[in-house]
Design a protein around this ligand. Structure first.
Ligand SMILES: Nc1ncnc2c1ncn2[C@@H]1O[C@H](COP(=O)(O)OP(=O)(O)O)[C@@H](O)[C@H]1O
Ligand SMILES: [Mg+2]
Length: 401
């Protein structure tokens, strides 16, 4: 029995530091994000000399380095503050976990007055505490709201934060909002939109070559020397580039491939390990994304999945049927309405559905394009980005539960 622990320690492994390959690790440098980082730093820099800065709105698909670039910059800002004792301060809030204005303000208040009990106090009390801290220290306070689309009462939060600056005699509160959702900006009320989106940045997806250098950087730190083949890295990058240029996916692939090599007691990670890993990673990612979707969004995706299985009615009609089922937004909406009836839900509007299709595209679950000449007007064409059976399996677990 004692041997179990010992053999764990003695087990051969391809990894040098597995942690480097995890999502939360922030690399020293972010290749291919130099331009974005520079622009963000230029936007934030005037904070250091107490000038007013523009609030910044950042969007782009999952795994394009939005969160890590931002955290990287916050680390640098923290270093400078330390070194020069500058009166800037910042907080990074992941709205996935703090999805109401109360939760966000609670985070900020707890940060501004550490150790003070706040839970159960009204929103206004939390807000006063934050303002007091900013005012008393004449601080430029930056609030970063990552996954800002998750905040349910975002318009009210924006309203409060805009008002704050009118009420402050000293100091200032600035914002960075980050999202994967393209439709989000349009859902904001015009006033919050003009507050949050004073300046905008888009993070484009990575191509295969860019992903290769990202993987090489992490591979060198994460794996023992020579323990991962060049071809394994290239394959992982190519697969991830196909999957909408998502660096998170690429990293998961090589981490999984390493685990598979370890399980097989092999000394080097090869492209065949990456190939095996890609099966599992795909399923895991689909599962994670789908589980975070709200109810109606799940129904839209389910509609797409079922239509893909049956083959598109429209493309059958015009004889353009091929093996990669392409759907029309209109038929997706009809199917969605039908499913809402089945599940006893009140269907949302066609306009909402169209916006929502953009979001599913951003998340990499579907790909959309606008129909060219020949096909009726400007219809959105839709294709599932993952194998139909996998998506269906995950969704059915939800709907049949
Ligand atoms: N340019 C880059 N260089 C190195 N690693 C990157 C880069 N872009 C993304 N990553 C890595 O990919 C993963 C996902 O990035 P993340 O910043 O969370 O993306 P997003 O917030 O856009 O979804 C993280 O592990 C991150 O370290
Ligand atoms: Mg992110």
């Amino acid at each position: 029995m004692d041997d179990i622990f010992e053999s764990e320690l003695k087990k051969a492994t391809v990894f040098q530091d597995r942690n480097v390959l995890s999502q939360s690790y922030i690399p020293e440098t972010l290749p291919h994000r130099e331009k974005e980082i520079e622009r963000m730093m230029k936007t934030l820099a005037p904070m250091l000399s107490k000038k007013i800065i523009h609030n910044l709105f950042i969007y782009g698909k999952t795994g394009t380095g939005k969160s890590s670039s931002t955290r990287h910059i916050l680390n640098r800002l923290g270093d400078v503050r330390e070194k020069y004792d500058a009166s800037v301060d910042f907080i990074y809030v992941n709205c996935h976990n703090c999805n109401t204005k109360y939760q966000v303000m609670l985070k900020c208040a707890e940060y501004c007055a550490p150790g003070k009990p706040f839970i159960g106090y009204p929103f206004s009390h939390l807000f006063e505490e934050v303002k007091k801290k900013v005012q008393d220290n004449d601080t430029s306070f930056l609030i970063v709201l990552d996954e800002v689309d998750k905040v349910k009462d975002i318009d009210e939060l924006m309203y409060t934060l805009t008002r704050a600056n009118d009420e402050l005699d000293h100091g200032r509160i600035s914002l960075i909002g980050i999202t994967n959702s393209v439709g989000f900006k349009e859902q904001l009320d015009p006033r919050s939109k003009s507050t949050l989106c004073e300046e905008e940045m888009v993070f484009p997806p990575y191509n295969a070559t860019e992903l290769e250098s990202i993987l090489r950087q992490r591979g060198e730190l994460g794996f023992k020397q020579g323990a991962i083949d060049e071809s394994a890295i290239n394959l992982a990058a190519a697969l991830a580039a196909q999957e909408s240029g998502d660096a998170r996916y690429a990293l998961k692939l090589i981490l999984k491939a390493g685990q598979i090599a370890d399980d097989l007691k092999e000394k080097r990670v090869t492209d065949s390990h990456v190939q095996i890993a890609s099966e599992g990673v795909e399923e895991e990612i689909v599962y994670e994304i789908i589980n975070t979707l709200p109810e109606h969004q799940k129904i839209v995706l389910y509609a797409i999945t079922l239509l893909t299985e049956d083959g598109s009615r429209m493309s059958k009609l015009d004889g353009s049927m091929d093996e990669d089922a392409v759907l029309y937004s209109g038929e997706v909406y009809d199917k969605y309405r039908g499913l809402c009836k089945v599940y006893g839900k009140k269907a949302r509007t066609a306009r909402w559905c169209r916006d929502y299709l953009n979001d599913l595209d951003m998340m990499g679950l579907i790909t959309t394009s606008i129909s060219g000449k020949g096909i009726r007007g400007n219809t959105t064409l839709i294709q599932l980005a993952y194998p139909q059976e996998k998506v269906k399996r995950v969704l059915e677990k939800h709907f049949n539960a």
